[in-house]
Ligand binder design. Sequence first.
Ligand code: F6P
Length: 285
Amino acid sequence: MSGTDPVEDVVGTIARSAIEIRQGLVGRRGEADEENPTGDRQAEADVWADELLAERLTAIDGVAEYASEERSEIVDGGDERLHVAVDPLDGSSNLKSNNTMGTVFGIYDEPLPAPGTSLVASGWILYGPITTMAYARDGTVTKYELTGGERAVVEEDVTLPEDPFVYGFGGRVPEWTDDFTAFAREIESDPSNKLRYGGAMIGDVNQVLTYGGIFAYPALEGSPRGKLRLQFEGNPIAYLVETAGGRSSDGDQSILEVEPEDLHDRVPVHVGNAAWIDRLEDALA
Ligand code: F6P
């Protein structure tokens, strides 16, 4: 495939494929008897969505690499400029209970693994009651509704609302560090704040973009780098939330500043309104 703007080709292909991915979930809710490179059980739909996106994205002129949370090796697309990292089905453990899931993508202009500072665009599709896409590029975030092959803009220049009130924190509470627990208790103790946690990062981050607040999957006692992956999850959502005027942090610095060592590195993730991320960093300091 060739177009004038390869970034748009990638995003358009992901948006169109998302409609098929959503429809293809029916009949693919079982487990695949495999684990992904970071040890999560794969669903049949994870493997299928990954293969579909790998084939389509590497066929685009301009795509040098395709990497995904669901495969250990990078797929080589040729000597081109864009390096695409995807979580084909974020939150696929929600398939069994038929709860929200998403597809996340980051488009880098450096070979993977790459720092978030080399992202040129990122976004996510949310498979909620409606299929929507949030997309960050050139300093602005746009929200779309996806139907058939169409992409309809619902909001331009999206920014995080000024009065944050939702929070969603992953990881078993007994495994949180004392400092993170203290921060969580502070947020919970404000009667205007409300817990909302759905177990799929994209659903939980999208509500932060919608209402204002914070999502975190923090460092845990038994897992100091948390659970989420830097290339496929941490960087793309950090880029989008920062573009929307929010902040991201690994506990100490912007997630976008974290230097990757391995394609499947994990990172503690905290994203949301700047004032809350400032408080989080103070609590963890
Ligand atoms: O990528 C893994 C993922 O499914 C994220 O979408 C989500 O935030 C997290 O894991 C949920 O983990 P847990 O089941 O520990 O709440």
